[in-house]
Design a protein around this ligand. Structure first.
Ligand SMILES: Nc1ncnc2[nH]cnc12
Ligand SMILES: [Zn+2]
Length: 330
């Protein structure tokens, strides 16, 4: 049995495996510029975040109907459950779909067909986080939040993703204020490729409760002290960092130093279909590459539930935490 964990940094569009991409392409009559899954897999060589995003957005063309989003989410939930994920807070990128003429209702209703029955079907509780694309305009983000208003009973919070450098958090002050006024939780990608100041801005200007990635905080000791003092969770994605070349090799990942510094780190998969592994694979990889012991792994699992947005169901959070504490490593 794998270590129980929550996954807090997972883009549902990043779970599109090549086999499902081809299946959906055939179903929807979409032509992909790759002969087969082998050729597509060969394209998974990334120089940086942007080179990955280009393929990530290109492949989304196959996602057209509610059923496509349902199938995508069910495939992820089955894989995540098999790797010990008990709770998943799932990002989605509506602007990437709206731009292709796929409506907010198609996306949310489709995802919900899988998420609404995920506990019964997969034993995984779920929440949805709507992400704004930071390389789109602030107006577009506001329009997107507006389009999501009929669906807010199924959305726990907002996030910020896509190309980071040159798109500082401050650009999205207004939409985050509007989201807060609607009672939505707030997170943002910061310090993945962007500088430590973007992390500070996300906290000060956007009022985020968690930082997605946050890796580059290590360049600023004062910021590290603040994140430790305020117990701001960081949703790290080790295999993603290697594939997008933020870190040269996994053995160089700063995770052990971050834990030693007292940061509230969690381990997640980001875009598992593209980066070579789901949540449990990321745990296994840091265990072997970084030599993390059992108590460090337990700490990471504990942190994931502490950092999750389960305030509406503290009983559940305590149950999950109990599973972590009583887990026996084999
Ligand atoms: N790792 C990542 N960083 C920023 N935006 C993303 N969208 C999907 N994955 C992402
Ligand atoms: Zn991400």
């Amino acid at each position: 049995m794998p270590l129980p964990k929550a996954e807090l940094h997972l883009h549902i569009e990043g779970t599109l495996e090549p086999e499902l991409a081809f299946e959906l392409a055939a179903r929807n009559g979409v032509e992909l510029p790759y002969a087969d899954t082998d050729e597509l897999r060969k394209a998974y060589q990334f120089e940086d975040l942007q080179s990955f995003l280009n393929l990530y957005y290109e492949l989304m063309a196959v996602l057209r109907t509610e059923r496509d989003f349902e199938d995508l989410a069910n495939a992820y939930l089955a894989r995540a459950a098999a790797q010990g994920v008990r709770h998943a807070e799932i990002f989605f990128d509506p602007q990437a779909h709206l731009a292709r003429g796929v409506g907010m209702g198609t996306v949310v209703d489709g995802l919900w067909r899988a998420l609404g029955s995920s506990e019964a079907n997969h034993g995984v509780s779920t929440q949805l986080i709507l992400c704004f694309l930071r390389d789109e305009s602030a107006e577009s983000a506001l329009e997107t939040l507006d389009a999501a208003k009929p669906y807010l009973d199924r959305i726990v919070g907002v996030g910020l993703d896509s190309a980071e450098v040159g798109h500082p958090p401050v650009k999205f002050r207004e939409v985050y204020e509007a989201a807060a006024a609607l009672g939505l939780r707030r997170v943002a990608h910061a310090g993945e490729e962007g500088p430590p100041e973007y992390i500070t801005q996300a906290l000060d200007v956007l009022g985020v409760e968690r930082i997605d990635h946050g890796l580059r905080c290590m360049e600023d000791p004062e910021l590290v002290s603040r994140l430790v003092r305020d117990r701001v969770p960081l949703t790290l994605c080790p295999l993603s960092n290697v594939r997008l070349r933020t870190v040269d090799v996994l053995a160089d990942h700063p995770l052990p130093a971050m834990l030693d510094a007292g940061l509230l780190c969690t381990v997640n998969s980001d875009d598992p279909a593209y980066f070579g592994g789901y949540a449990g694979d990321n745990f296994d990889a840091v265990r072997s590459a970084l030599g993390l012991g059992e108590e460090r792994l337990r700490e990471l699992a504990r942190n994931s539930f502490v950092a999750s947005f389960l305030e509406h169901d503290e009983e559940r959070r305590q149950r999950y935490l109990g599973e972590v504490e009583s887990y026996e490593f084999s």
